[in-house]
Ligand binder design. Structure first.
Ligand code: GRF
Length: 195
């Protein structure tokens, strides 16, 4: 997590229903002192923080991240709001079962400033994408997408907040489904219901 953690909060809230079928076993961040870590602590969830600056290089950071995540034995990893690319060590352990959300309709507007880029481009519809993390920037197989209108008076903030309302619901719906049902990933297609 890097930010305010509203996606995390939506997931935590969903897990209070036994029907959701999943629990949040740990929350990790690459920055200390962020709201997402406070949210997790308030709910009694294990937390960890691995700032990139504490490591010699990205390779060492990636290995430490993989080790730390493995110590919590998750079935599924959600990088909601995590603004760093994971590396080969992480993907070797968790590739195919790590998802992230992106506040745009992929493959449009990858990167850190998707709502701003969508506004500047003048699109009338944007949205959010849940995808399986691969080595690229917002390039992985698409699990789900939701469309969100761009309104005439939008600025970056109002647009991003509107996207986030739909993004949170998409995240909860599809992470729940991935937790409850078997799924297989073949090339760029995620299929539910196969053993
Ligand atoms: C989300 O829109 C996410 O897709 C983007 O940053 C935002 C994080 O929001 N990478 P939050 O921290 O979950 O509130």
């Amino acid at each position: 997590m890097s930010g305010s953690g509203s996606n995390l909060q939506a997931l935590i809230d969903a897990t209070t229903s036994p029907d959701f079928g999943a629990q949040v076993v740990a929350v990790g961040a690459d920055r200390p002192g962020i709201e997402a870590l406070d949210r997790a602590e308030r709910h009694g969830i294990d937390t960890f923080c691995l700032p990139l600056a504490d490591f010699d290089d990205r390779v060492a950071w990636d290995v430490a991240l993989a080790d730390e995540v493995a110590s919590h034995a998750p079935d599924l990893i959600v990088l909601a709001g995590f603004m760093k690319l994971t590396g080969p060590a992480f993907l070797a352990l968790f590739g195919g079962r790590t998802v992230n959300t992106h506040p745009a309709l992929s493959p449009s507007f990858p990167g850190m400033h998707a709502p701003r880029d969508a506004l500047e481009h003048g699109v009338k519809i944007t949205g959010a994408t849940l995808f399986v993390v691969d080595q690229g920037m917002d390039t992985g197989p698409i699990v789900a997408q939701v469309a969100v209108p761009v309104l005439p008076d939008d600025d970056e903030s109002t647009l991003h907040e509107r996207i986030k309302v739909s993004e949170r619901q998409m995240l909860v719906d599809w992470v729940g489904r991935m937790a409850r049902e078997n799924f297989t990933l073949t090339d760029r297609t995620l299929t539910f219901g196969e053993s």
